[in-house]
Ligand binder design. Structure first.
Ligand SMILES: NC(=O)c1ccc[n+]([C@@H]2O[C@H](COP(=O)([O-])OP(=O)(O)OC[C@H]3O[C@@H](n4cnc5c(N)ncnc54)[C@H](O)[C@@H]3O)[C@@H](O)[C@H]2O)c1
Ligand SMILES: O=C(O)C1=N[C@H](C(=O)O)CCC1
Length: 253
């Protein structure tokens, strides 16, 4: 291992994603796994281990504290944990202004196909009257809607607003049980939790007589690991906040 290895601490290391990330970092020639923290472990272990980077794959309740700790101690952070709403992102941006050498990637989804599907959907959303999202995940997931769906809806909603497109047509007058799903940026998001699934999303776009569907499926958490490693290899050269792995890719969209 060279001196320049990316000294990585994985937070949430015993979780579904964290345990995959531990293996991916251990197998990467240019990285060294220096710490693997679980619930109840002190963040001081990260500093004692001499980490230069953290990967956060924990739970929405603790991720902000973890990233704050990293930034205040000059560590770069690659974050897959969900729960990063506008307020949290704004606080993080302010913190990074005080720690301008630190790079933080908040990635709602590390899978390249998912990043592409969301970017294509955002590009296409303004050209259709109706837009809805269905996200489908394993039943162990603690949050709904998924971070990916929330981010996709934000990007699509923003593009539709800028293009002057109004809300999707919808005559629903009675929906006492919330059958029309959550609404993010005027876009209805439907969450399915089903044994056997990993992480899946469909964006449905409709106009008179036609439908365009963008579907992405992660069948295995291995699909997320190239994105985690890209984040670790890139974060130090991108100081400040990057929201979405697309910020590290040249999608040209
Ligand atoms: N960005 C992506 O591509 C992507 C992909 C999959 C999952 N996720 C997100 O990653 C997060 C984790 O998902 P998961 O399926 O691995 O969940 P999980 O419940 O399997 O794992 C979370 C782990 O974090 C641990 N933990 C809790 N508090 C901690 C703390 N303070 N310090 C260290 N560890 C702590 C838990 O004990 C658990 O082992 C979720 O928010 C999920 O939505 C993101
Ligand atoms: O399994 C999860 O939990 C996932 N979380 C992210 C989200 O909420 O979008 C990414 C996909 C998998």
């Amino acid at each position: 291992m060279s001196d320049a290895a990316i000294r990585t601490a994985v937070l949430g290391a015993q979780g579904r994603m964290g345990s995959e990330a531990v293996k991916a970092v251990e197998n990467a020639q240019d990285m060294e796994l220096v710490a693997a923290l679980g619930r109840g472990d002190s963040l001081k272990k990260v500093l004692e281990a001499g980490a230069t980077h953290i990967v956060d794959l924990t739970v929405p309740d603790v991720t902000e504290d973890n990233v704050r700790f990293a930034a205040e101690n000059g560590l770069h952070a690659v974050v897959g944990t969900t729960g990063w709403d506008g307020e949290r992102l704004a606080r993080l941006e302010a913190l990074l202004e005080q720690n301008p050498q630190v790079g933080v990637l908040i990635a709602p989804n590390f899978a390249l196909g998912s990043v592409l599907a969301s970017a294509f959907a955002a590009k296409a959303a303004q050209y259709f009257e109706s837009a809805e999202i269905i996200e489908l995940h394993h039943p162990g997931k603690v949050d709904a809607p998924s971070g990916t769906a929330a981010r996709t809806a934000e990007l699509m909603g923003q593009a539709r607003r800028e293009a002057g497109v109004g809300p999707s047509p919808d005559a629903t007058q009675k929906d006492p049980g919330g059958a029309r799903g959550a609404v993010v940026e005027d876009i209805h998001v439907h969450s399915v939790r089903l044994r056997g699934l990993v992480a899946h999303q469909e964006v449905l776009l409709g106009s008179a007589g036609e439908q365009l569907t963008f579907r992405h499926d992660s069948f295995d958490r291995a699909s997320f690991m190239p994105g985690v490693l890209l984040g670790l290899r890139t974060a130090a050269s991108r100081p400040g906040l990057t929201h979405g792995l697309d910020g590290y890719l040249d999608l040209g969209l």
